[in-house]
Design a protein around this ligand. Structure first.
Ligand SMILES: Cc1cc2nc3c(=O)[nH]c(=O)nc-3n(C[C@H](O)[C@H](O)[C@H](O)COP(=O)(O)O)c2cc1C
Length: 188
């Protein structure tokens, strides 16, 4: 069973990528196959609402890094997404990625029943991490996914720098464990 981790930050090797590496290392230690995607240095254009994905089911008129991401999303059993908090919500890169998954929804809900979880990282302690997680969860719900938190609250919440946030790391541990437990239950 495969867990895909996506870092939604434009910063290569930054806090979000470290958080995804940390989450996937934990998932791997529990016997899962893992893969990381980073949106840093990748081009993902905005959805233009051209409706090609409606007319020619599942296709997209724009050819960029989404052509690589879409099959990886479909292949995964669970998806963990990390976003930096930008002005209280998710990164623009991640929003573009979400909008460009419309072809998957219009192709018989390709992400339906995959497990989803979120991590949000801000520079401030109450900088919008919860709202950012909620926004990621909304995309997951609209794709028909099974959304989990950290078995306590909403998911992984980190105050940068990642390395120093011991309390925040525990919320990632608990989120990953929840994803792994549920995967084992439903894939029996
Ligand atoms: C445009 C912009 C807006 C930001 N807005 C917030 C914010 O509203 N709340 C917050 O806590 N941090 C905010 N930050 C700080 C980032 O969330 C933080 O630097 C980032 O999560 C670090 O992750 P990274 O190293 O993976 O990029 C902002 C940073 C930028 C560049």
């Amino acid at each position: 069973m495969k867990i895909l981790g996506i870092s939604g930050s434009p910063v290569k090797g930054g806090n979000n990528e470290k958080a995804i590496d940390y989450a996937l290392t934990r998932a791997k230690s529990q016997g899962f196959e893992t893969e990381k995607i980073t949106l840093a240095e990748k081009e993902i254009k905005s959805c233009t609402a051209c409706d090609q994905c409606k007319e020619k089911k599942g296709t997209c008129s724009i050819n960029d890094y989404m052509e690589t991401i879409r099959p990886k999303l479909v292949e995964a059993d669970a998806i963990i997404i990390s976003s930096p908090v930008y002005f209280g919500t998710l990164s623009g890169q991640l929003k573009c990625m979400f909008d460009r998954t419309l072809p998957l929804r219009r192709d018989s809900f390709k992400l339906k029943d995959k497990i989803g979880a979120a991590i949000a990282i801000g520079r401030s302690r109450n900088g919008g991490q919860e709202y950012t997680i909620q926004t990621i969860h909304i995309w997951m719900h609209i794709q028909g996914m099974l959304v989990v938190g950290d078995n306590n609250h909403f998911g992984g919440t980190i105050v940068a720098p990642f390395e120093e946030d011991v309390v925040g790391k525990k919320t990632i541990d608990d989120t990953v464990d929840k994803v792994c437990e549920l995967l084992k239950k439903i894939k029996k």
